[in-house]
Ligand binder design. Structure first.
Ligand code: HAM
Length: 415
């Protein structure tokens, strides 16, 4: 048997209905904020992620699906969508089109991680990006839109955690300070931390190893060492968020795993999710467009993991599907059933019909296993009398109805 690749999964009905509901809520909310959808390719030049996300990140170092195509060009299956959106923005000169400065996307991303609950190799993100607006109101409004979406999707117990990682002017000063502060106790830190202290010191703050925690908790906080412009931006984001009644808390050690961030970084956690895994993350990336060869333009956005979100949205409604299974027996009944199905579908009802002949007993069994609510029974007698039997599989009740009254009756009975 050929099975799915490790860390990937198939999504079927009715579970897919939950995906579609969440996606519909996202589209509806984002639309009201003037965001338009963008679909970028799954395959991108590897260089985009190396330059965009940073070659010292776990994503680029260990997690990318990278291969040479038949002409030997290195391509990568996108591990995230922000770099692709930025690439498209630059490539199509979207900075000349104010309509395209607020973009959202939904789609699969690929990371070679150790699969576990809420962590897959092919996972799906919904994300939003605002390009070209450096003001703190952008950060606050885009977070506000996100919170509105999460609430509408039925997520409860969310917490927005916020930090600032400064800019190329103040971050190096802080990084030097951090290295000095950690140096005396570097020997007590884990191997990963010691390595990161050399390659990507800010990421040390993100370590989850218990023995590192007291040392890192005592480290200086970047938010206390921002340059004036970054401090002002950070204060602005917090002030506008508070004005929008979006609650948040500050987390001094929040740094995120991608190198493109400047100033605001944030995550949303849900009490229903395990303690380690963020439901989503995002932030500002004012240097990314320039880094990949575009204009010096600001960016802000976030992305959430669909699989993680679906762990915290209410389950699909249980009970029978409000569908009708059209069961028939005999040549004349078949023709009549085709016509009845067409008629009911035109009235907006869901009608399932199977075309290989089978007995009523077998049809009823299949309808029950399909978990539909109604069976429409069309036999020789029904054809002759032009009244059809509608059976409710929940109650076992049967009714005889004419073609003209079937649709209305189904509508009345639909929960
Ligand atoms: P990220 O934090 O790498 O950020 O991923 C965002 C979200 O994607 C995570 O919080 C998580 O919900 C989900 N996710 C990541 N990896 C996996 C996985 N292996 N399995 C399941 N879910 C996963 C970004 O991707 C940035 N592009 C976010 C962003 C947008 N920043 C600015 N704009």
């Amino acid at each position: 048997m050929i099975t799915a690749v490790k860390g990937t999964q198939d999504t079927l009905f009715p579970e897919i209905g939950r995906w579609q509901r969440v996606e519909a809520v996202a589209r509806e909310v984002f639309h009201r904020y003037g965001f338009t959808e963008i679909r970028t390719p799954i395959l991108e030049p590897t260089e985009l992620f190396v330059r965009g996300i940073g070659d010292e990140t776990d994503i680029v170092n260990k997690e990318m699906y990278t291969f040479a195509d038949r002409k030997g060009r290195s391509v990568t299956m996108r591990p995230e969508n922000t770099a692709g959106v930025a690439r498209a923005f630059v490539e199509h000169r979207l900075h000349e089109s104010p309509l395209h400065s607020r973009l959202f996307y939904m789609g699969p991303q690929f990371r070679y991680e150790r699969p576990q609950k809420g962590r897959l190799r092919q996972f799906h993100q919904i994300g939003a990006e605002v390009l070209g607006d450096a003001a703190p109101g952008t950060d606050a409004e885009t977070i506000g839109m996100l919170v509105e979406f999460l609430q509408k999707a039925g997520v409860v117990g969310i917490e927005v955690v916020l930090n600032s990682v400064g800019c190329p002017a103040c971050r190096p000063v802080f990084v030097a300070l951090l290295k000095d502060a950690l140096a005396p106790r570097a020997g007590e830190l884990c191997g990963d931390c010691r390595r990161r202290l050399e390659t990507n010191p800010l990421r040390v703050l993100d370590c989850k190893v218990p023995s590192c925690q007291p040392i890192l908790d005592a480290a200086p906080a970047i938010a206390d060492h921002l340059c004036e412009a970054c401090a002002e931006h950070h204060a602005g984001v917090k002030r506008i968020l508070a004005g929008m009644a979006v609650s948040f808390s500050e987390r001094a050690r929040l740094v995120r795993g991608l190198d493109y961030y400047t100033r605001t970084v944030f995550e949303v956690t849900s009490s229903a999710l395990g303690s380690q895994d963020a439901l989503l993350g995002g932030g500002r990336y004012d240097g990314l467009l320039e880094e990949i060869g575009g204009p010096a333009m600001a960016g802000f956005g976030w992305a959430l993991g669909m699989e993680r979100l679906l762990m915290v949205v209410p389950p699909a409604p249980s009970g029978r599907l409000p569908w009708t299974y059209a069961a028939w027996a005999g040549e004349a009944a078949y023709e009549r059933t085709l016509a009845l199905a067409r008629h009911l579908r035109r009235e907006g009802h869901v009608v399932v019909m199977e075309h290989a002949p089978r007995s009523f007993k077998s049809s009823l069994k299949r309808a029950d296993r399909m978990n539909v609510k109604w069976v429409l029974i069309v036999g020789e007698e029904e054809v002759a009398s032009q009244t059809y039997t509608l059976k409710d599989l929940d109650t076992g009740e049967q009714e005889a109805l004419s073609e003209a009254s079937l649709g209305a009756r189904l509508r009345e009975k639909t929960p």
